[in-house]
Write a protein that binds this ligand. Structure first.
Ligand code: NAD
Length: 343
């Protein structure tokens, strides 16, 4: 056993506690020991402390600079602002790294190995919105403001180029809508072009693709892409799209990386439709946990976790319902733990 590492653990809402427990069982089997500071946020935060992002959560991450997080519920329409967005802002987690890799061969799309780099702090996604009243209707006109900065684009693009090259990637596609949103996403494309010319030409190939065409191309021939780098809202949508290519949201992990902290989570949300049923697929969070181990330079443990998941799927044939299997979350986790322990 290695010495315990301090980290914040946010079980989250809906299926969060179930998949977090499963992930802790995997860590335990791997012999990785964390000194967890357990904190509640989202709806669980409202219930525990009357606040979707209690100050104790922020204090904890300020101290540990590392968190594993279950999904946090955000009400649609009215209600409180997303705690996920607030956490990203608070810790300036500017890079959202979302790999999508086939783990079960023979599906509709085979051999997918994509990487999505999403700008995490700017753009239309930030929810800078207001209404303008007209004709007695206080909410007659809705206005959203998107803000992309050259510095914010630069920071994310540099991270993406460096990460892609360091991981032996061959191509990176800059995904934009600069034909229509000439300023908002034009600044991102412009920065990418400049950066590529100055620093990365010859080291990796850069493609340019408009978001709508990119969605179509991903569904028709996803193998034409390697890495995708894009602004916040497009990255949000594209990462769910690529998750769909590899078996769904139960398979898609994400890392939120900043200068001073990193938060690892599944791409999916709290899945209220299956919460409490014990049938959630814990693999997305487990793969996020593997990214966390890589971040901590525990590459052998990360590899062991990924290999054990692959063997549980493809040698033991144990899968959860979303993947066409019969196992519930606990049964899948038990099979995985046995794989990790016994090889
Ligand atoms: P969702 O990702 O929770 O669910 C979409 C669909 O995928 C559902 O049918 C769900 O059952 C399925 N699914 C998701 N994860 C699964 C898993 N691990 N195993 C099996 N099936 C799974 O999206 P939603 O329903 O649009 O959002 C629900 C809530 O989650 C909202 O409040 C939203 O704001 C929040 N959310 C949070 C995060 C986050 O914390 N990072 C991300 C996305 C959505």
């Amino acid at each position: 056993m290695s010495a315990p590492i301090s980290a914040t653990l946010i079980p989250g809402d809906g299926i969060g506690p179930e998949i977090v427990d499963a992930t802790l069982a995997a860590f335990d089997a791997l012999g990785v020991s964390f000194n967890w500071d357990i904190q509640q946020a989202g709806l669980a935060g409202v219930k525990a402390a009357g606040d979707p992002l209690p100050p104790a959560v922020l204090d904890s991450i300020r101290r540990t600079r590392l968190a594993l997080k279950g999904p946090l519920e955000t009400p649609s329409g009215g209600g409180y602002r997303s705690s996920n967005v607030r956490l990203r802002e608070e810790f300036k987690l500017y890079a959202n790294v979302r790999p999508a890799k086939t783990m079960i061969p023979g599906g509709r799309f085979d051999n997918i190995d994509l990487m999505v780099y999403r700008e995490n702090l700017e753009g239309l996604y930030m929810g800078y919105e207001h209404y303008i009243p007209m004709d007695g209707d206080p909410e007659a006109i809705a206005i959203a403001t998107g803000v992309n900065t050259r510095q914010g684009s630069h920071r994310l693009l540099q991270y993406a180029f460096e990460h892609a090259i360091a991981n032996g990637r061959k191509k990176i596609a800059v995904v934009h809508k600069a034909n229509i949103m000439k300023a908002l996403t034009g600044i991102f494309l412009d920065e990418a072009r400049k950066m590529y010319k100055e620093k990365y030409e010859g080291k990796i190939e850069m493609q340019e693709v408009i978001i709508d065409a990119c969605c179509m191309k991903l569904v028709i021939n996803p193998w034409q892409f390697d890495c995708l780098v894009t602004t916040n809202l497009f990255g949000d949508i594209l990462s769910d799209l690529v998750a769909g290519l590899i078996g769904g949201l139960g398979m898609a992990p994400g890392a939120n990386i900043g200068q001073d902290a990193a938060i690892f989570e599944a791409v999916h949300g709290s899945a209220p439709d299956i919460a409490g049923k014990g049938i959630a697929n814990p693999v997305a969070l487990m793969l996020a946990a593997a990214m966390m181990l890589d971040h901590l330079k525990m590459h052998d443990k990360a590899t062991r976790l990924r290999t054990s998941i692959l063997d549980t799927f493809n040698v033991d044939n144990v899968r959860t319902g979303d993947l066409g299997g019969k196992a519930n979350c606990k049964e899948f986790t038990a099979a995985l733990v046995s794989r990790i322990r016994n090889g």
